[in-house]
Design a protein around this ligand. Structure first.
Ligand SMILES: Cc1cc2nc3c(=O)[nH]c(=O)nc-3n(C[C@H](O)[C@H](O)[C@H](O)COP(=O)(O)OP(=O)(O)OC[C@H]3O[C@@H](n4cnc5c(N)ncnc54)[C@H](O)[C@@H]3O)c2cc1C
Length: 447
């Protein structure tokens, strides 16, 4: 441990005598915390200290204490530790601020308040989750605790809708709420020969004159030995219709695709919690896991050729131990993009006039570090070719989704110059010394 980090930890102990600080000598607790990231690429990192604040005031005291050390001591901010981007929420030889103790949900006046945590997911009807945050409570570089909403610090409010950990540590999110009862949702597994027709059905629905706002359609080609599909890929539709309607016509092309692995068809009326549980990673941890992504327009040939490219590049790594991977399409329908300005704006730079957009996500999970280089190379080669194929067809959308980006994909720059400038202006205003730029290296940085 360097002298500076030892001094920073000691300063933290002085500022917060009752703080929960875990150093490597607390072997079991330290290991349990380190091992609890989804991705082994995060667990590979060993912070000098893990700080677990319980209250926003402790977060504020941390930021005030770390400021003077910002040139030599690094820190990371961690919520659930589910984003696979290496080093985004953990830091070698620095201090990791683990927000797991800052939990709690409170429902008031049609708003829900949630302590800390990362943000993800989106819906055709309600828009990106970040667009539904009506207030961020955030500790900025001075250690001040600010509220950022439409009326107060509105530049910070908009910047936090896509700005990651560049502007401060969020200690509470207040969300707009909407009623959501049971829905028709689940998974349908089928074979690769049907994929082009499924692409055509997806594009037809997204580009129709009146697409349903009740759907979220995710289509994948996937590979894993555990599927019992020999050495072949298999296809998966993850389908959501946000009304309690059994087998709605809009989902019919995707639900009734033939032939299918009907014994694995899980479509049914279920609650949001049940549907989310089916999709979740079931608390897995410390697995080799990476995501990469690119965005394209809704074009059948681009999507189908993209799938073929992915299958071709996959061939030489199929024997990587425990490999489970997919080429997954997640649409942003026009209705979803329209919610951004209706809800006050964000910095993602996705204009509804360019929609519908389809996010092409390449994800891989595998078991053994020795396969890291091969799997990363497969994903990078496939991504590059998919990107080039889309570009050659005039179908590339220059947006990279932060939550699925790999270290060499600058998601921030993909928001466009104007939005980067907005974010830089917010950073200069709320973090004039650039503490979150230099001392908090995880994720994508503004300068
Ligand atoms: C099975 C599975 C499904 C997924 N599906 C989706 C999906 O549908 N849509 C989607 O968008 N993503 C999805 N993801 C990706 C992931 O869940 C999201 O990136 C999620 O937002 C990460 O949240 P987290 O709390 O785990 O963040 P962490 O991994 O803990 O942190 C992620 C980043 O956010 C920063 N951060 C976290 N909390 C704060 C805070 N309070 N203040 C400031 N910065 C902070 C961290 O420093 C880090 O850079 C999925 C992941 C898995 C494993």
């Amino acid at each position: 441990m360097s002298a500076r980090i030892a001094q920073a930890i000691s300063a933290l102990r002085q500022a917060l005598p009752h703080a929960h600080l875990v150093t490597p000598d607390a072997k079991e607790e330290y290991q349990a915390l380190s091992n609890s990231y989804l991705s082994g690429f995060e667990s590979d990192l060993s912070p000098a200290c893990i700080f677990l604040p319980k209250f926003k005031e402790e977060v504020a005291a941390f930021v005030r204490t770390i400021g003077p050390f910002a040139d030599d001591v690094q820190f990371a901010i961690r919520a659930a530790g589910r984003q696979p981007l290496p080093g985004c929420a953990n830091v070698q030889d620095g201090i990791t601020v683990d927000l797991r103790s800052m939990t709690g949900i409170d429902l008031q006046d049609g708003q829900v308040q949630v302590a800390a945590g990362g943000l993800s997911f989106y819906s055709s009807r309600e828009g990106f989750i970040c667009d539904n945050v009506i207030n961020f409570e955030v500790v900025v570089a001075s250690g001040e605790i600010l509220n950022a909403n439409a009326k107060e610090n509105s530049d910070l409010w908009v910047a936090l809708r896509g700005g990651g950990n560049n502007l401060g540590i969020v200690t509470r999110f207040d969300f707009r709420t909407f009623k959501q009862g049971p829905m028709y949702a689940g998974m349908v597994w089928y074979f690769k020969q049907s994929f082009p027709d499924q692409m055509a059905a997806l594009v037809k629905e997204l580009t129709s004159s009146n697409p349903s706002v009740e759907t979220h359609l995710m289509l994948s080609i996937a590979y894993a030995q555990v599927f019992g599909n020999g050495d072949d890929v298999i296809c998966l539709n993850q389908l959501y219709y946000t009304q309690p309607v059994e087998d709605p016509p809009v989902l019919a092309p995707f639900v009734h695709v033939q032939p299918q692995r009907s014994e694995m068809n899980s479509m049914k009326i279920q609650t949001l919690v049940e549907a989310a549980t089916e999709q979740s990673d079931a608390g897995q941890s410390k697995i080799r896991c990476l995501y990469m992504n690119v965005c394209v327009k809704a074009d059948v040939d681009t999507l189908t050729t993209g799938g073929d490219i992915w299958c071709e590049e996959l061939e030489p790594v199929k024997d990587a131990s425990g490999l489970m991977c997919s080429y997954t399409l997640q649409p942003y329908p026009v209705s979803q993009l329209q919610r951004t300005s209706a809800n006050g704006g964000n910095v993602l730079g996705l204009d509804p006039s360019n929609g519908p957009v389809i996010n092409v996500l390449l994800l891989s999970y595998w078991a053994d570090k020795k396969d890291d280089a091969r799997v990363i190379s497969f994903m990078q080669k496939a991504l590059k070719r998919i990107e080039r194929n889309a570009d050659d067809r005039g179908q590339l959308v220059p947006f990279i989704y932060w939550n699925y980006a790999f270290s060499d994909q600058d998601a921030l720059r993909s928001y466009g110059e104007e939005n980067v400038q907005k974010l830089q202006a917010a950073s200069k205003k709320y973090d004039p010394d650039g503490v979150f730029q230099t001392a908090c290296p995880g994720g994508f940085k503004l300068f």
